[in-house]
Design a protein. Structure first.
Length: 40
């Protein structure tokens, strides 16, 4: 059981890390867009 659970946990950790790397620039872009709109 733990032999099967370990790769699944590693896979879900990779997905979380990938989402974090993907979301982070998107959040920064939204933040900068919001700032540029506020400055206009």
């Amino acid at each position: 059981m733990s032999y099967l659970a370990k790769p699944i946990a590693q896979k879900s950790n990779k997905i979380k890390t990938k989402d974090r790397l993907y979301l982070h620039p998107q959040v920064l872009k939204n933040y900068s867009d919001t700032l540029s709109v506020a400055q206009q």
